[in-house]
Design a protein around this ligand. Structure first.
Ligand code: SF4
Ligand code: SF4
Length: 161
C-alpha cells in the first residue's frame, strides 16, 4: 500500500452521508486501467491472437460472467497526484456515465479467470482445446513462386553422351 493510500482513510461506502462523495476517499482506482470486451476465443488461432495481446506489458485478459475482456493497466494521464481529474468538466462520456454505485472502490478484483502472461493463456488453451494440428512439412517455395521443372532442366549442363 502506498503512503498516499495509507494516509487517506477509506470509510465503507455505506458509512457515507448524502453530502459526501465516495471518490473523495479513493485513489482513483477506475482511472488506472481500461478494459474492453473481446470475442470469446474458440480456436487455436483465436487464442494465438490473445497470446499476442499478452506479450505486451501491462496487459491482462480476464473473464467475468462469461465475457472475455482485454485490460490495459495504465494510469490516465489526467489523474492528478491528488487523485483528481484534471479535465473534470470536459472528461470523456465514459467517465461521466461511470457511477460510484457499483464501482471498484472496495472491490478485490475477483474474476472467474485471469491471464497475465502468454504462458498462462496457452496452458489454458491446451486444457480446453483439441490438440493442435501440426503444420504440414513442405519444402519452402523459392521467392517468386515455383519454378517449372523444364526451366530447371534447361539450365542444367548437358551431360556427355
Ligand atoms: S468512481 Fe469509484 S473507483 Fe472511481 S474514483 Fe470514484 S470511488 Fe474510486
Ligand atoms: S479523464 Fe478524468 S475521470 Fe476519466 S479516467 Fe481520466 S482522470 Fe479519470
Amino acid at each position: 500500500m502506498s503512503t498516499a493510500t495509507a494516509s487517506r482513510p477509506q470509510p465503507h461506502r455505506d458509512e457515507l452521508t448524502p453530502d459526501q462523495c465516495l471518490c473523495d476517499y479513493c485513489t482513483g482506482k477506475c482511472c488506472r486501467y481500461f478494459s474492453l470486451p473481446i470475442d470469446t476465443p474458440k480456436t487455436w488461432d483465436d487464442y494465438d491472437a490473445i497470446r499476442w495481446y499478452l506479450a505486451h506489458d501491462q496487459v491482462s485478459i480476464y473473464v467475468d460472467e462469461d465475457t472475455w475482456y482485454l485490460a490495459v493497466l495504465t494510469r490516465c494521464k489526467y489523474l492528478t497526484p491528488e487523485y483528481r481529474c484534471a479535465i473534470y468538466e470536459d472528461r470523456p462520456k465514459v467517465c461521466r456515465e461511470y457511477l460510484t454505485d457499483n464501482c471498484e472502490y472496495d472491490s478485490d478484483w475477483k474474476v472467474a479467470k485471469l491471464f497475465e502472461s502468454p504462458e498462462q493463456l496457452w496452458e489454458y488453451a491446451e486444457a480446453v482445446l483439441p490438440p493442435r494440428r501440426k503444420p504440414s512439412v513442405r519444402p519452402a517455395a523459392p521467392p517468386g513462386g515455383l519454378i517449372p521443372v523444364s526451366a530447371l532442366t534447361a539450365s542444367l549442363p548437358r551431360s556427355s553422351p
